[in-house]
Design a protein around this ligand. Structure first.
Ligand code: NAD
Ligand code: IPM
Ligand code: MN
Length: 366
């Protein structure tokens, strides 16, 4: 029996509901494919602030370091939103990303044909769209210093810093080229080089790395027009690589191509190798969705798809990953649908459908 250890961080809001569905799916796939996951549940975000005063307690970080992978739900919510609070739930995510050196955030977006009516885009516009946003995750505006507030000559001010070093850009761009090689061989590097010095360094690095990947056709694009084109010509894109904040914004926007934010999965990867692959943190792209928390109507598919990425990248359980992806596709094709997809079914109905799919007897290869 193969054994894996996963740090389980449900967090706040709908985090617990969606993580629970993903955990059950992974356990069911383990029964079928012969492995067992030990889930080490830990506090993170607002729940951790309430219990310990800190968004990322040392025990949580230790558990992540000892695990093969981390599965996270979401952090944050109105309860912890006081702008003058000393600590914020979101600090936990930034702390995890930087402490675990998870510099690459992969956010795949596909336009499933069965979700034509869920997406606001016309069917002929979204048809065939299949893109991968590679978001730099440990640099840029989120981590640049100085950051904070001050009063200069009696005038209040606040500063954030967009800083990138050459090695930080090189490692994410190199990874994105590699991913493009394994897909359709097209890389779009998104920046704001007409204004930002950090973007001009970013462009320089992309141009230097490009000759090492002759099979990839690379283009530079400005973030503002890309925000438009991603919705008007989504089929144009294969791999998009971009800095931290641009990637955050473009990926939520790209969820409209898929049909809902409740579908988008993510993998945050660093360089640490695990026995079966690469250590990573897996979480849905969406947040804690406070307005629907506790109503039993959240869409668990983004988190189940994130768990599939975890099985594939960190745990080396490729068959189980395929089974989870297959169950998600089946749910999209003819399963129950939550409200964000235009349906009226609950989280539990989707969970039941996924479990039934995963329990189906294996097809015997001919
Ligand atoms: P959100 O992603 O929580 O919600 C945006 C919209 O999408 C809402 O209408 C919500 O109801 C809907 N939605 C999101 N996920 C859904 C799902 N699985 N099923 C059905 N509908 C879903 O974004 P927000 O409202 O801007 O942020 C709420 C809180 O979440 C904030 O505190 C924010 O900081 C936090 N947040 C956390 C993460 C994370 O933990 N990774 C990510 C984004 C936002
Ligand atoms: C995300 C979230 C986070 C981010 C927040 C909650 C810190 O929006 O994972 O996309 O901005 O990275
Ligand atoms: Mn975001």
């Amino acid at each position: 029996m193969r054994r894996h250890r996963v740090a389980y961080l449900p967090g706040d809001g709908i985090g617990a509901e969606v993580c629970e569905v993903a955990r059950r799916c992974v356990d069911a796939s383990g029964l079928r494919f012969g492995f067992e996951v030990t889930w080490d549940e830990q506090l993170v975000g607002g729940a951790a602030i309430d219990a310990t005063g800190e968004p990322l307690p040392a025990a949580t970080l230790d558990s992540c370091r000892e695990a093969d992978a981390v599965l996270l739900g979401a952090v944050g919510g109105p309860r912890w939103d006081d702008p003058s609070a000393a600590v914020r739930p979101e600090d936990a995510l930034l702390g995890l990303r930087s402490a675990l050196e998870l510099f690459a955030n992969l956010r795949p977006v596909t336009a499933h044909p069965a979700l034509e009516t869920a997406s606001p885009l016309r069917p002929e516009v979204r048809s065939g769209a299949d893109l991968l946003i590679v978001r730099e995750l440990t640099g840029g505006l989120y981590f640049g210093r100085p950051q904070g507030r001050s009063t200069d000559d009696g005038v209040e001010a606040a500063v954030d810093t967009l800083r990138y070093t050459r090695p930080e850009i090189e490692r994410i761009v190199e990874l994105a080229f590699g991913l493009a090689e394994g897909r359709r061989g097209r890389l779009t590097s998104v920046d704001k080089a007409n204004v930002l010095a950090s973007s001009r360094l970013w462009r320089e690095v992309v141009d230097e790395i490009a000759p090492r990947h002759p099979s990839v056709s690379v283009e530079h694009a400005l973030v503002d027009s890309t925000a438009y084109l991603i919705l008007t010509q989504p089929g144009h894109y294969d791999v998009i690589v971009t800095e931290n904040l641009f990637g955050d914004i473009l990926s939520d926007e790209a969820a409209a191509i898929a049909g809902s934010l409740g579908l988008l999965a993510s993998a945050s990867l660093g360089t640490r190798a695990t026995e079966q692959g690469r250590f990573g943190l897996y979480e849905p792209v969406h947040g804690s969705a406070p307005a629907i928390t506790g109503l039993g109507i959240s869409n668990p598919l983004a988190t189940v798809a994130s768990a599939a990425l975890m099985l594939r990248w960190s745990l080396g359980e490729v068959e189980a990953a395929d089974a989870l992806d297959g169950a998600v596709s089946a749910a999209i094709e003819d399963g129950p649908r939550t409200g964000d997809l235009g349906g009226s079914d609950g989280t539990e109905a989707v969970a039941g459908f996924l479990m039934a799919q995963l329990m189906l007897p294996q097809e015997v290869p001919a």
